[in-house]
Write a protein that binds this ligand. Structure first.
Ligand code: TXE
Length: 495
């Protein structure tokens, strides 16, 4: 371990624990996993390598807690979520540091986005459950009333990824708990620390024992046991498309409710009539924020012929000014990739691009360590490629790193065709000052989300998710509350 630590980073080797039935517990099998700080390559904590027995205990605790929790007035459930949100605010400095240390993201990003948004998720779903309503249908003559009774499902599993750890963890558990379910959550084994911190405050927030449980461990062990468990009635999953497909296959015969938020290969469509400065600076952000490790990041930049050279040169000039830095430094804008295997995967894509004939306009390699502390960290330069056709793997497969590929188009129809030439369909960005064209293109692009002249602007009430290989179902607002409830149609005569 390095001798000097950034302020607020964990200084002593921490041992994380599961939260099962209100108790912080060690893994039943006695096995642990090393947790590595991506900026240094050093092990800084250990997490439970939980197995099916831990999952079983968590599911049983959740089942026991369910009757009382589902009967708890929604105001009380909302109050617990709000208290939890307040605890996030109270501990925000520690959470920001932990998220940065665990994930490799800059403290500036964790402080501006991840941790405030985690707090917001809890508060938002506290409010959402207070406004959630179901339908009543009263046919002419009013002889019968049909109404929809939305009940909590029971025990639900929430499986979250490493790129926005606490942000996406709370995005799932908040609507599940608000709707009256009991949760068994499995955070990513790559970034478990902030979920563990939150789990320690569950009782203080007011959640009775067993309502909220966290089981740490590997996907194919703890995650698989959760997905397979017959008493887990729904799974909300965010992660890779292959894992999502595996979960869908595993649960197909047991008819579990599934929400799958998977990968993306998102196009940014840049028309010649756009506000170039704004399009360039936002595309830099949409390409390289969080080291390109956001499912919503742009990765295929489609540029109209007549603007191509100007836009490319401006983009490259800006990208060259981004130097990956120590994530703990408040001035750092780009940090480390999340793990050595992930860095190697991203580098392999860059090498393959070179073999396939790409011109590397900037980056294209590991980045030098910003300081001695980070000598063994997983840093990659922001990389811009051009010259690859739409069918090549770089333009088809999710790289999930700071790598983008530029392509040209000459007509609106060609832009739409290129944008849709993908198995994925999560988010598209469209740059034009022609409102009618923006609308035409947005509605023809096959994606769950279309941003016009902006990126990553979120209103938590809107549906969030993708089409094609980007997933099934929608999160956000009432969509999430609908997912986490079972609608029952009730019919009653009026006389
Ligand atoms: O994700 P995994 P990985 C993409 C990105 C990345 C690729 C693989 O392209 O390179 O996915 O990343 C749990 N049953 N995204 O391998 O494995 C796992 O423990 C149940 C996009 O890290 O899908 C973790 O908690 N759970 C993405 C979670 O699934 C299982 C964010 C996600 O991990 C499991 C992250 C199993 N059999 C990666 N196997 C996005 N959509 O934002 C794994 N898990």
């Amino acid at each position: 371990m390095p001798q000097s630590y950034p302020v607020n980073y964990l200084r002593h080797m921490m041992e994380l624990q599961n939260l099962i039935g209100g108790e912080m517990t060690n893994p039943k099998g006695g096995a642990w996993l090393d947790n590595i700080e991506p900026a240094t390559g050093h092990v800084f904590s250990r997490i439970p390598r939980s197995n099916a027995a831990d999952v079983e205990a968590a599911v049983q605790a959740a089942r026991t807690a369910f009757p009382a929790w589902s009967a708890t007035p929604f105001e009380e459930r909302a109050a617990s979520l709000r208290r939890w949100g307040a605890l996030i605010a109270e501990h925000s400095e520690a959470l920001i540091a932990a998220e940065s240390q665990d994930n490799g993201k800059p403290v500036s990003l964790a402080g501006a986005v991840d941790i405030p948004r985690a707090q917001k998720n809890l508060e938002f779903f506290a409010g959402a459950i207070e406004h959630f309503a179901s339908e009543a249908h009263i046919p002419g003559g009013a002889e019968f009333i049909h109404y929809t009774h939305r009940k909590p499902i029971g025990v639900v599993g929430c499986i979250s990824p490493w790129n926005l750890p606490l942000y996406l963890f709370t995005w799932k558990i908040a609507p599940a708990l608000a709707a009256g379910n009991c949760v068994v959550a499995k955070p990513s084994e790559v970034t478990p620390v902030t979920a563990w911190m939150l789990s320690k405050w569950a009782a203080e927030a007011g959640f009775p024992a067993g309502v909220f449980n966290v089981v740490h461990g590997l996907g194919h062990e703890a995650g698989q046991a959760l997905v397979e468990h017959p008493h887990v009635k729904a799974i909300s999953f965010t992660g890779g498309t292959q894992t999502g497909a595996h979960i869908a296959r595993t649960t197909a015969g047991i008819f579990k409710k599934l929400s799958l938020e998977l990968g993306g290969k998102n196009p940014a469509i840049v028309f010649a009539d756009c506000d170039v400065d704004k399009a360039v600076s936002t595309t830099i952000r949409s390409s390289f924020a969080n080291q390109g490790q956001i499912c919503l990041c742009s990765s295929r930049i489609l540029i109209e012929d007549s603007l191509y050279d100007t836009f490319r040169d401006a983009l490259v000039a800006k990208a060259k000014r981004i130097a990956p830095g120590d994530p703990s430094d408040p001035n750092t804008k780009m940090g480390a990739l999340v793990s050595a295997p992930h860095r190697d995967k991203v580098l392999a894509y860059i090498e393959s691009a070179k073999v396939q004939g790409a011109s590397v306009l900037c980056g294209g390699d590991v980045a030098s360590a910003p300081n001695d502390r980070c000598e063994a960290g997983y840093f990659v330069q922001p990389t811009i490629l051009e010259g690859l056709g739409p069918a090549c793997s770089i333009n088809q497969e999710e790289i999930f790193g700071p790598v983008i590929s530029l392509q040209r188009f000459s007509t609106e129809a060609e832009a739409i065709k290129l944008a849709n030439d993908s198995d994925y369909g999560l988010a598209a960005t469209i740059w034009t000052q022609d409102a009618a064209k923006a609308h035409r293109v947005a509605t023809q692009v096959e994606s769950g989300i279309a941003w016009i002249n902006c990126w990553l602007v979120r209103d938590l009430r809107t549906p969030f998710g993708g089409v094609k290989s980007s997933g099934i179902g929608r999160e956000g607002g009432f969509e999430a509350l609908r997912f986490f409830t079972e609608p029952q149609s009730v019919c009653i005569p009026t006389h």
